[in-house]
Design a binder for this molecule. Structure first.
Ligand SMILES: [Zn+2]
Length: 327
């Protein structure tokens, strides 16, 4: 695991997962008035390392945890914050039970370990086997218990950390139902959760392009000096602008391919990565094309995903492009 602590402002810090592949989510800390940790990592090993790194600057375990949304890579370390108040949007507890069930991921990795199931998985879902193999390099999902938020809010929640105001702003659904950004006005810092992926290809599960672009504009309007993205290195507002440009590019290209009658997978194989080929996991493009297609077909923004099919499609795109697959 490659994690580092970085100071963001006077009282804000981040722990960054430098590999920047799937599950490599960032955590944040507002180090005032008992402290608030933002997102808790993908497994207990990473969560313990995050606690160790933040432990260099805090006075004690924080009494508050904020989950920016319901995905496993942001909530699976919650159990290590015994007795803390865990805050998230009202939708998050129920959604976590469905999208962040750790047993599903544990089973995938166990299947990839056993010879027979590995053969079966490889034959039926080569992409699922490939992502399991990648995750095994860095992650161990054993021992994770789902610990749900204890405090929920609707539109906004304001915390007063010893005179430092921390605003939790609900912005979902743009990438996931419970999307929340954390804004510290006094220090001009935004913890953007997965509204911003930096130098890696975004993965969005629910919501619309329109909403996502609108929320990126909102972040730009807050005029932060530093943004801590959900994935990838720290940035300024150029991080929000690049995400916007990527989403606009993919939506435009998808529209053209949709008009030509191509499937989402065919489209993803043909769409040029452009400058985004330099980002991690460029073949995750497929997810963004599929999302655009769902909109063109007037399908519900929260229609469920067949994960194995998604991973297979990402693998197929990487193969068609002649690059090694990365998730
Ligand atoms: Zn994430």
């Amino acid at each position: 695991m490659k994690m580092k602590l970085q100071q963001v402002s006077d009282n804000c810090f981040a722990v960054l997962n430098e590999k920047n592949r799937v599950c490599d989510a960032n955590s944040g800390l507002v180090n005032r008035g008992g402290g608030a940790v933002i997102d808790t990592q993908s497994d207990l090993y990473h969560a313990r390392r995050m606690i160790e790194l933040f432990g260099k600057v805090w006075r004690g375990m924080p009494s508050r945890v904020i989950n920016t949304h319901e995905d496993g890579d942001h909530v699976w370390g919650n159990q290590l914050f015994e007795g803390a108040e865990i805050i998230a949007h009202r939708t998050v507890p129920e959604r976590m039970k469905h999208v962040a069930d750790p047993t599903e991921t544990q089973k995938l990795l166990e299947g990839a370990d056993r010879f027979i199931s590995r053969l079966l998985l490889g034959a039926v879902h080569p992409g699922a086997l490939a992502i399991a193999r990648q995750l095994q390099q860095d992650y161990d999902f054993s021992g994770i218990r789902l610990v749900l938020p204890t405090t929920v809010f609707d539109e906004r929640q304001v915390l007063d950390l010893d005179g430092t105001e921390v605003q939790l702003i609900y912005v979902g659904p743009c990438h996931q139902v419970g999307d929340t950004i954390v804004y510290v006005p006094k220090e001009r810092v935004v913890f953007a959760g997965d509204v911003i992926f930096r130098q890696c290809t975004p993965m969005g599960w629910t919501g619309t392009y329109e909403k996502w672009l609108k929320i990126l504009d909102l972040i730009i309007a807050l005029d932060p000096e530093v943004i801590v993205p959900g994935h990838g290195p720290l940035c300024g507002i150029e991080g929000a602008m690049e995400m916007k440009a990527y989403l606009e590019y993919v939506r435009e290209e998808s529209k053209r391919c949709f008009g030509q009658g191509l499937s989402a997978l065919e489209a993803s194989k043909r769409i040029d990565f452009g400058p985004y080929g330099e980002w991690r996991a460029p073949a995750r493009l497929y997810m963004n094309v599929e999302r655009a297609y769902r909109e063109f077909r007037n399908e519900a923004a929260d229609a469920p995903w067949d994960h194995a099919k998604v991973f297979d499609a990402v693998l197929a795109v990487a193969k068609a492009k002649g690059i090694a697959v990365e998730f």
